[in-house]
Write a new protein. Structure first.
Length: 218
């Protein structure tokens, strides 16, 4: 077993973990990004949700990723909603969900305008005009993420890695034991970020956790 030292360790390489690691590494922070699966990218590359839904932000790292994807053939597009179950159409079968169609007349900025509507069921005209999303190819997405991280020269990526033990004193994490591929690694850092989907790192520490769906009023 060997021991390594970093300034920051980010556990989980989904969207939140990737953005955290990239932003930190660009600031000169020596960063380790840990992912238990073979590829970084989270559910966007492994769970059939390789799409960004309409938003009102996404003008930073997300735009960078889109711009790089846009330089690759058939890697990314912008969709408009062609049909939706909330909008009954005579002669059109009623299926759950809807139909998203690549719209070459739209650009990335068009995906950042999801505001001013009462919702998809009540405001068809506004939704058709303003709601556009970004579908992308998972493999190309992963490649772009790796490029961005490697360009910082400050971020190591450990795939196929699992946290086995977390060591803390007086509420402060000092180190953790990971299985990195076939090897055991002891990692020390000053800062830690739990970006796992089920807050597994914090759960090992016995932290108080609140999970579930936020109420509509929040």
């Amino acid at each position: 077993m060997t021991e390594q030292q970093y300034d920051l360790v980010v556990i989980g390489a989904g969207a939140g973990g990737l953005a955290t690691a990239l932003a930190a590494a660009r600031l000169g922070v020596r960063t380790l990004l840990v992912e238990r699966d073979a590829d970084i990218g989270g559910t966007a590359v492994r769970a059939g949700v390789s799409i960004w839904e309409p938003s009102v932000s996404g003008s930073g790292i997300a735009r960078e990723i889109y711009q790089r994807l846009d330089k690759r053939p058939d890697a990314v597009g912008v969709y408009s909603i062609g049909h939706h179950a909330c909008w009954p159409t005579p002669g059109y079968p009623v299926y759950p969900g809807g139909q998203s169609v690549i719209d070459t007349s739209k650009r990335y900025d068009d995906t950042l305008r999801r505001y001013g509507s009462k919702g998809i069921g009540e405001d068809e005209a506004v939704v058709r005009r303003a709601w556009h999303g970004v579908p992308f190819e998972p493999a190309a997405y992963t490649q772009v993420l790796e490029e961005l991280l490697h360009e910082t020269t400050r971020c190591a990526i450990w795939r196929n890695s699992e946290v086995l033990e977390v060591h803390a004193t007086d509420g402060t994490v000092s180190s953790c034991l990971l299985r990195h591929g076939a090897h055991l690694q002891q990692v020390r850092a000053e800062y830690w970020v739990d970006a796992t989907g089920d807050v597994a790192f914090c759960a090992q520490l016995g932290c108080e956790l609140h999970t579930g769906t936020d109420g509509q009023a929040l």
